[in-house]
Design a protein around this ligand. Structure first.
Ligand SMILES: NC(=O)c1ccc[n+]([C@@H]2O[C@H](COP(=O)([O-])OP(=O)(O)OC[C@H]3O[C@@H](n4cnc5c(N)ncnc54)[C@H](O)[C@@H]3O)[C@@H](O)[C@H]2O)c1
Length: 424
């Protein structure tokens, strides 16, 4: 049965969620406080780069299933389900800042229909379902935790073909009502209590961050003993208990979720009386990885980057997104700039200037007169560029490939010195 749904917060998660629910046949009203974003969406302009999203937004707008507004009360009044997709940034002490969630809950509370279901899709610590309930100030509605696991870059695909749907709710009937929205997705559906649902999200993200820190630590060992981390992870991955997924060495993890979610879980554990030392180590390895990559660049530049131009390919936190939040690339660049480098960068999805970085629209132009080229984001198109042209543009043919992306044999044949991660 088709439902009417309001989505509060039309960012990466809210826009994907709202658009995909409209695609599944529901009537969706996406709400945001950002007037310009809403006006753009009303004109059919999708503000983020996300594969397949543009087409589905146009489809939803054409069919009338998908609309955009800044009018929260009007959207909430007509909706049986209200999704909260607002930010939960890192607070000063590492905990999740719930002020956006509380504000949104306070705004929607008076306008909810009796029996409405408020769906918490934002990543929130244990106990937030109760916090939202209190801010709503309503005894006749339900609050359900429904964490989102989509990955930026494949958000639409992930929403429509999820590995699982998790619903955290103490009321069976409300859980079944929410579950009915996802029945056509053919995904494993798990109903649990709110605290478990909230913990599943944090524990999943922290585990994924742990995998990356682990492989980066293994890469450091590989460098020291003369092993090749690419072969090592390939060999490890054939063990079904380990698998090949998410075991790629690189410049460290980042993005809008992993940094804040790992720190939030450390904080949640601390508050609960458990010292999550393992996860603290995961964060430390990551911070060290940014510095390790910056050091590789300094080495490739002959011992100092002061006063030198460094070319960077890739600024976003991963390929196929335009999201720069907490990007490892920016972390490495920050360290190079602090050492006196002038950084000239190219990224297929970034077309604006950033503080302290000269952003150009041409990968070869980025290399012009630069001492070293550093690859920091795994955009596939970097592999297929003309490396004779790159060599001619650079002051010396030196590459630091922090994603082990490029064909280093072919680069070496062209006279490049190449430094990767975890391999000679
Ligand atoms: N980005 C991801 O890959 C991802 C994946 C899973 C979960 N999450 C979680 O989802 C939540 C949202 O993340 P995001 O990346 O979509 O954030 P975002 O910053 O891209 O979007 C949030 C939107 O909410 C709007 N907003 C803030 N307060 C509002 C209010 N009171 N009313 C209406 N709109 C309001 C903002 O203007 C913004 O457009 C976070 O808790 C995040 O941890 C994110």
């Amino acid at each position: 049965m088709d439902s009417t749904i309001a989505v509060i917060g039309t960012g990466y998660v809210g826009l994907t969620t709202g658009t995909c629910l409209a695609h599944l046949g529901h009537t969706v009203i996406c709400v945001d406080v950002d007037v310009e974003k809403v006006a753009g969406l009303q004109r059919g302009e999708v503000p983020i780069l996300e594969q397949g999203l543009d087409e589905l937004v146009q489809e939803g707008v054409r069919s009338g299933n998908l609309t955009f507004t800044t009018d929260t009360p009007a959207a909430v009044k007509v909706s049986e389900f209200v999704y909260l997709c607002v930010p939960t940034p890192q607070g000063e002490d590492g905990s999740a800042d719930l002020s956006y969630i509380q504000e949104a809950a306070t705004q929607i509370g008076p306008h909810l229909q009796p029996e409405a279901i408020v769906v918490n899709k934002s990543t929130v610590p244990v106990g937030s379902t109760r916090v939202v309930g209190a801010a709503l100030g309503r005894g006749d509605v339900y609050v359900v935790s429904n964490p989102e696991f989509l990955r930026e870059g494949s958000a639409v695909q992930d929403f429509l073909h999820p590995d699982r749907v998790v619903i955290g709710c103490d009321d069976q009937a409300a859980a079944v009502r929410l579950a009915s929205l996802y029945l056509s997705l053919a995904a494993p559906l798990m109903v649990t209590d709110p605290a478990s649902a909230e913990t599943i999200k944090y524990a999943s993200n922290a585990f994924l961050a742990t995998k990356i820190s682990y492989v980066n630590a293994v890469a450091a060992v590989c460098e020291a003993v003369g092993a090749d981390v690419n072969d090592v992870v390939l060999g490890m991955g054939y063990d079904k208990r380990i698998g090949h997924e998410f075991l790629r060495p690189g410049p460290g993890w980042g993005g809008s979720c992993f940094p804040k979610d790992t720190r939030a879980l450390i904080h949640i554990a601390e508050e609960a009386g458990y010292d999550f030392d393992l996860l603290k180590g995961v964060v430390t390895v990551n911070d060290e990885q940014f510095a390790r990559v910056a050091n590789k660049v300094v080495e490739a530049a002959g011992g100092s980057v002061a006063g030198k131009t460094i070319a960077v390919w890739g600024l976003t936190f991963k390929a196929r997104t335009d999201d720069l939040r907490e990007s490892p690339s920016l972390e490495v660049i920050k360290r190079l700039v602090a050492l006196g480098a002038h950084v000239r960068a190219f990224d297929p999805a970034v077309h604006r200037q950033l503080e302290g970085i000269e952003v150009v629209d041409d990968p070869y132009g980025a290399c012009d007169g630069a001492e070293v080229l550093v690859v920091l984001t795994e955009w596939d198109e970097f592999r297929w560029l003309d490396f004779d042209k790159v060599a001619a543009a650079l002051r010396q043919p030196a590459v630091v490939d922090a994603r082990n992306l490029l064909d280093r044999q072919s680069l070496r044949r062209r006279g490049f010195t190449v430094a990767g991660i975890g391999r000679l």
